[in-house]
Design a protein around this ligand. Structure first.
Ligand code: 13P
Length: 251
């Protein structure tokens, strides 16, 4: 059985003060929930504050990116070691906003995945198609390529630890979520690709999230699908009550 994992992606939102207020309100709302792994992926500048606020809870800390080198002349970048030092456990890699706005390639993302695994961070690898690709019937092909290239050359023991997030680009921030059945179909296809590449056992172990306009009113139906193991939540994770409602979807 795969334990559900629901992660917040705050993107470029909140000051430290706002993050602190969020967590103080959020913690008691989910403290009874032992069924779901909860991760907060916050901006770099909030990591220390959030780590402190989360200490003693089972909520995990995540980052939204990293540069795949230990140190060096990389102005403006953050290394995996710097994240580890702050207590970060998860790192989102290959988000479509990084791919589209910052030109990140599958090869670069693969490099980051390898480096994250090497130091013991758990990558949340994001894949998903654009509206144009969806309309051309290329959803599976796009996800397959991103999985193949993003995980190329890794061995099964490494892949077992990662989380995959299927986020159709057209569903991000638009209020148009993929229907639970469409999300399930694509996620089940992604799982079959993982099985083909790394074997049945590993493919069945990897947790695959859905992301794209997840809200308190659609989470339950998404989570009812057998291959959907969680959610990566943008907008609705910015507010403690709505994110808690998502985490507590099973109540
Ligand atoms: P929204 O939930 O705002 O659509 O964002 C999804 C996302 O990009 C999470 O990584």
């Amino acid at each position: 059985m795969r334990k559900p994992i629901i992660a917040a992606n705050w993107k470029m939102h909140k000051t430290n003060k706002e993050a602190q207020l969020f967590i103080r309100e959020f913690k008691p709302l989910i403290q009874e929930n032992k069924e779901v792994d909860v991760v907060l992926c916050v901006p770099f500048t909030q990591l220390s504050t959030v780590a402190e606020e989360l200490s003693g809870t089972s909520i995990a800390l995540g980052a939204q990116n990293m540069y795949p080198r230990e140190q060096g002349a990389f102005t403006g970048e953050i290394s995996p070691e710097m994240l580890l030092e702050l207590g970060v456990q998860y790192v989102i890699l290959g988000h479509s906003e990084r791919r589209e706005i910052f030109g990140e390639t599958d090869e670069f993302i693969r490099e980051k995945i390898g480096k994250a695994l090497e130091v013991g961070l758990i990558p949340i690898l994001c894949v998903g198609e654009s509206l144009e690709e969806k309309e051309q019937g290329l959803t599976q092909e796009k996800c397959r390529k991103q999985i193949l290239k993003g995980l190329e050359g890794l061995d099964a023991q490494e892949v077992e630890k990662i989380v995959v997030a299927y986020e159709p680009i057209w569903a991000i921030g638009t209020g148009k979520n993929a229907s639970p059945q469409d999300a399930e179909d694509t996620i089940s296809y992604i799982r079959s690709t993982l099985i083909e590449l790394f074997g049945e056992e590993i493919g069945q172990k990897v947790r695959i999230q859905y992301g794209g306009s997840v809200k308190p009113n659609n989470i339950k139906e998404l989570m009812a699908k057998s291959n959907i193991d969680g959610a990566l939540v943008g907008g609705a994770s910015l507010e403690p009550v709505s994110f808690a409602q998502i985490v507590n979807y099973g109540e």
